[in-house]
Design a protein around this ligand. Structure first.
Ligand SMILES: [Zn+2]
Length: 301
């Protein structure tokens, strides 16, 4: 068996060890494209044939193509590798594990967001991890976004708006501010946009030195919604959802129960104003129909 035929197994092992972990060190020999930022969370590991892609939450996707001799290997930090260090094409280190790719035919990275949305990405925005970052400028860049139909989720990861927000923070910030991920920028008040930027800056800055990200210390795992799909929301007890923006590889985790600011308009049946206000619980429906029947009865006499 060629080493690369074992790739799906390697990908599964990499997923188990690395998903949700922060990148503590990244090295790639002869890399084409940008490197993931220090601390970027590994969000997804995809395998197609002899290609393996690692998706980081700062929008960087690393693509490796493996031919006959190529392989991805997983080691504990400090464990001896089966080949010399100088043979490694890619090394990704998290707190506990080191993923090493040997003999890759090609390694390249690209920005998934820029590639889909902004092929001619403009000047990048302020780095919100810096204390001197102009946060009002970030808010202005959102309010004057070139695509007014864009959602706040898209704008938050756009490097031209601000730098430093990866997908984990995007999800956590929107939850903290109670904002619907598909809220259109034009549907949000200025105060809400400023609140989002300030919350993003405070979350990013509070996590600069920590190996695991914590934005909600009261929740087990330290995150309110990220990777918690299927669990109860700590604020409203609704069930946390996972959704994907079609052009992106990164999923959005959010709570349909309490992230309602800027919620996109849904078609309502305007014919019956009572029905719109009514609790959808079946018992309430029964109660309301009884109410009308009882009320109407005297009129029929
Ligand atoms: Zn909730």
């Amino acid at each position: 068996m060629h080493q690369s035929d074992a790739l799906p197994h390697s990908a599964a092992a990499l997923r188990t060890a690395l998903l949700g972990r922060t990148t503590q060190a990244f090295f790639a020999q002869s890399l084409m494209g940008p490197a993931p930022t220090h601390g970027a969370v590994i969000e997804d590991i995809l395998c197609h044939g002899h290609h393996l892609e690692i998706v980081f939450d700062d929008g960087i996707v690393m693509h490796t193509q493996l031919r006959r001799k190529g392989s991805w290997n997983l080691y504990r930090v400090g464990e001896k590798w089966h080949k010399r260090r100088s043979k490694a094409d890619v090394v990704i280190e998290t707190g506990e594990w080191v993923a090493v790719c040997f003999d890759a035919a090609s390694t390249e990275t690209y920005r998934s967001f820029d590639q889909h949305r902004h092929p001619r990405a403009g000047r990048s925005g302020p780095d919100i991890s810096r204390l001197d970052a102009d946060l009002q400028e970030c808010a202005n860049r959102i309010m004057h976004y070139d695509n007014l139909d864009a959602t706040i989720s898209e704008a938050l990861l756009d490097q031209r708006v601000m730098r430093g927000v990866g997908n984990v923070f995007r999800c956590e910030v929107l939850w903290a501010c109670g904002v619907h991920p598909w809220a259109r920028i034009t549907d949000l008040p200025k105060s809400s946009i400023l609140d989002i930027v300030l919350t993003a800056a405070s979350q990013v800055r509070a996590n600069l030195e920590s190996p695991a990200r914590v934005t909600a210390p009261h929740v087990q795992g330290g995150l309110a919604v990220y990777a918690r799909n299927g669990h109860k929301c700590s604020r409203c007890a609704d069930i946390i959802s996972i959704s994907r923006i079609s052009a992106e590889k990164r999923p959005v985790y959010w709570c349909p129960g309490c992230q309602i600011a800027g919620e996109p308009f849904r078609e309502l049946d305007n014919s019956d104003p009572i029905a719109r206000l009514m609790d959808p619980h079946p018992a309430a429906v029964l109660f309301m129909s009884d109410f009308f029947r009882n009320r109407e009865a005297p009129a029929g006499l």
